[in-house]
Design a binder for this molecule. Structure first.
Ligand code: GDP
Length: 343
């Protein structure tokens, strides 16, 4: 099976590569069966007598079909991600979108089916060799193809799973990460753009409308992944459904720090009380993460704004605080230095 994560935590092939390796099961049983039948028809039988030529031809037809299907099945089985070898982050995400146990069974079934096809082919070939009538020989070949077609049905199930895997976001949980959180409109995406160089990539998250936005920053030769999760880390727990909660929890497998952004001016449309509530929740959700509090919009906030913030949300004093203006680019270098120290 494919090895896409090693338990020592050293470098592993990322999900992107694992996914790009997936050999997608054909879309329809009939289409696959047609390919197999057409390939098998191309053979010719050799032999002195008609019955030898027919035997030889029908055996070859079975062999061609068997080899093609066995090869296809094994490619499907070995190229599909092996759940136990996935990084825990992806294992959890996968469990949101698929029934992991059934997927495992399905993969095992595909592999076993490839063995079964070999066995059935051997049995039918043995019978054909013993046969003395052309009619029986042809009947045996047809019987083999009938059994084969019924086994092919299992590709439908595995394909559904493979397509789900293709939806997983390709982010690397082994890179040091900065996860940006905070109420909507406080300036998270503006900060992400300031911190990272290239245009951030937008990746679908494995359910309906949510996306993950990923950028990369380089700090003293360290590549750091900066992640924004609009709609996930910007609302209190009670407003999230079960799937969203699971998706958030999957993030705990990242290593790095949580950058919590406040807008002390409340021009984002959310009161300090609300912003503070989300912050407190995240402290509980991510106890194992380092935290940095970012007070954004320093170009417009005043001392009064800060006094109000500290009195309503005194807990932020327990954390490193950096005042920035994502709009003007003020103190972004300082923020980078703090990230570098913490990471
Ligand atoms: P997000 O929803 O948290 O990702 O917030 P955005 O980055 O989309 O910013 C929301 C709004 O706040 C936008 O209109 C930004 O231009 C504005 N904004 C972001 N950072 C600053 C800042 O430092 N100062 C000011 N005055 N506005 C900002």
């Amino acid at each position: 099976m494919d090895f896409i994560y090693d338990s020592q935590g050293s470098s592993s092939v990322e999900i992107e590569k694992a996914i790009s390796r997936i050999y997608l099961a054909p879309a329809s049983v009939d289409a696959l069966f047609e390919i197999v039948v057409n390939r098998s028809k191309r053979v010719e039988g050799k032999g002195k007598y008609l019955i030898d030529r027919v035997k030889n031809r029908e055996i070859k037809r079975i062999e061609v079909a068997e080899k093609y299907v066995v090869k296809t099945f094994r490619k499907i089985a070995f190229s599909s991600p092996f759940i136990n070898k996935l990084h825990p982050f992806y294992r959890e995400l996968a469990s949101i979108i698929i029934d992991s146990d059934d997927y495992r069974k399905c993969l095992a079934f595909i592999y076993k089916s490839s063995k079964l096809i070999e066995k059935i082919a051997r049995e039918h070939i043995r019978e054909i060799k013993r046969s003395q009538s052309i009619k029986d020989i042809v009947k045996l070949r047809k019987a083999f193809f009938g059994r084969l077609k019924s086994i092919l049905e299992c590709i439908v199930r595995i394909r559904k799973y493979q397509l789900e895997f293709l939806k997983l976001p390709s982010i690397n949980p082994q890179l040091n990460s900065v996860i940006i959180a905070g109420a909507p409109n406080v300036g998270k995406s503006s900060i992400l753009k300031r911190l990272t160089s290239a245009k951030p990539e937008i990746k679908p998250y494995p359910f309906t409308t949510k996306e993950i936005i990923v950028g990369h920053m380089k700090l003293n030769d360290k590549i750091i992944q900066v992640i924004d999760t609009p709609g996930l880390l910007d609302r209190p727990l009670e407003e999230k459904n079960e799937i969203e909660q699971k998706a958030i929890l999957a993030l705990k497998h990242f290593r790095g720090l949580l950058l919590y952004v406040f807008d002390p001016t409340e021009s984002c449309g959310f009161l300090i009380e609300y912003q503070c509530l989300i912050f407190k929740e995240l402290l509980e959700w991510f106890p194992y993460f380092q935290k940095v509090v970012v007070l954004n919009k320093s170009d417009v906030f005043t001392d009064q704004h800060l006094t109000k913030l500290f009195s309503i949300c005194p807990i932020i004093r327990n954390h490193e605080i950096v005042k920035v203006s994502a709009l003007k680019g003020a103190n972004i270098d300082l923020l980078k230095r703090v990230i570098n120290e913490k990471i």
